[in-house]
Design a protein around this ligand. Structure first.
Ligand SMILES: Cc1ncc(COP(=O)(O)O)c(C=O)c1O
Length: 403
């Protein structure tokens, strides 16, 4: 173990359960640690490194931007914001965007939009429908919207104004909101990421869209993890043919440069006015360039098609290998957002996979999650399978540890 990879540090706050390696550099979907060991990266910085590492078109564009201007201020117009907002709204079929730096910030903006939407209609205590197992971030408002008590523990009192419902159950949504005049929005991830790669069904998405229209609620879809081409469409909800009113984005949008955005349709685009919302770093020229170039390169290289094709191949290969295996439950997800659920907690597999040269994560205790770069080739997907399948089989053959 190198000095850079000590499990705890005297100076960095101990907030992460880290695998004891430190990465020094990468190329494509491969990374190397500070000891020179090579890994196949099926985690992609948790759905962030859209174009992989050291992309030959992204890197010179960012270098060019750095020599011009990294940061100005939102006191001034930022031409990159105009350009990226125009592109994102075109891809989403929406109209306006606000830029920030992270997923939780994008979600905070969405929550503020929903509340102000309510206040503008005379609702003093607006309420937002959120979901079991959801993950929206770790600020006080977004952890309150999150459906995981572990994330909330120790940080009460939580923010009020959230109504929680189960996934994919339109009757439950109707029952929980029945006769409540304070509801202003429904807020969910199309495919829950941290919650265990749990997709919303297309039919359910259409039903919720319809309900939001009937009741004059905002439909707010958190595409922070499942968006930006990962499932084979720009945004995962597009598989259901719907358009939300509010869509937070982050992660893959800048291919590694911190960036977040909340995209809005006509119903939400003009809720904020000057002074209602802002952030120092949001929409700075470097982040905007990263977003613009990421999308341009994705289009040039057909990465949506690649994500759909390679993702389907990876899913099928894993299914072929695991089907019928005792301890294997199911594979969920779409494109290059896949979760393999086992019937027992398997957190140890994150470190064990790293030992064998594969980076992935385990979420919701028993779901092995893969969210690699969208440049992953079929041959590289086969390499993932070649490492992961024996690892899981060996793990499942072990006696179950006593609770
Ligand atoms: C769906 C979703 N929303 C929001 C967030 C929070 O994003 P960030 O960590 O950039 O604040 C995450 C992070 O995992 C996420 O998966």
């Amino acid at each position: 173990m190198t000095a850079a990879a000590e499990p705890t540090s005297p100076h960095v706050m101990n907030t992460y359960g880290r695998v004891p390696i430190a990465l020094s550099h990468g190329q494509g979907v491969r990374v190397w640690d500070t000891n020179g060991k090579q890994y196949l990266d099926a985690l992609g910085g948790i759905a962030v490194n859209t174009l992989g590492h050291n992309h030959p078109k992204l890197v010179p564009a960012l270098q060019d931007q750095i020599t011009k201007i990294i940061h100005s201020s939102n006191y001034y117009h930022v031409p990159g914001q105009e350009k990226l907002a125009a592109k994102l709204t075109e891809l989403a079929g929406m109209t306006n965007a606000f830029f920030c730096c992270t997923g939780l910030e994008a979600n905070e903006a969405a929550i503020k939009l929903a509340r102000k939407f309510g206040h503008d209609k005379g609702i003093d205590k607006p309420e937002i429908v959120v979901y079991e197992k959801a993950f929206h971030g770790r600020s006080i408002a977004t952890l309150s919207a999150t459906g995981n008590t572990k994330v909330q523990q120790g940080f009460g009192p939580l923010v009020e104004g959230f109504i929680r419902v189960p996934l994919n159950d339109i009757a439950a949504l109707k029952a929980k909101t029945e006769g409540n005049p304070n509801v202003v929005a429904v807020f969910f991830e199309t495919i829950q990421g941290e919650g265990g790669v749990n997709p919303m069904r297309a039919e359910y998405l259409q039903q919720v869209r319809k309900l939001c229209d009937e009741r004059d609620w905002l439909l707010m879809i958190d595409e922070v993890q499942c968006g930006m081409g990962r499932t084979g469409k720009w945004f995962a909800h597009q598989w259901a043919g719907i358009v939300p009113d509010v869509m937070p984005l982050a992660k893959g949008l800048g291919s590694g440069v911190p960036i977040g955005a909340v995209v809005a349709g006509p119903k939400a685009a003009h809720i904020f006015g000057p002074g209602n919302h802002g952030t120092t770093f949001g929409g700075n020229p470097l982040a905007m360039r990263a977003g613009i170039e990421t999308i341009r390169i994705m289009e040039e290289e057909g990465l949506l098609e690649n994500a759909a094709k390679v993702g389907a191949h990876l899913k099928q290969s894993l299914l072929n290998a695991f089907e019928g295996l005792e301890g294997f439950k199911e594979i969920r997800g779409q494109g290059l957002m896949l979760g393999v659920e086992l019937t027992r907690p398997c957190g140890v597999l994150t470190a064990r996979a790293a030992e064998r040269g594969l980076l992935l994560s385990v979420t919701a205790d028993s779901v092995i999650r893969m969210v690699p770069s969208l440049i992953l080739s079929q041959a590289e997907a086969d390499e993932i399978v070649a490492i992961l399948v024996p690892l899981v089989k060996e793990f499942l053959a072990e006696p179950v540890a006593a609770p």
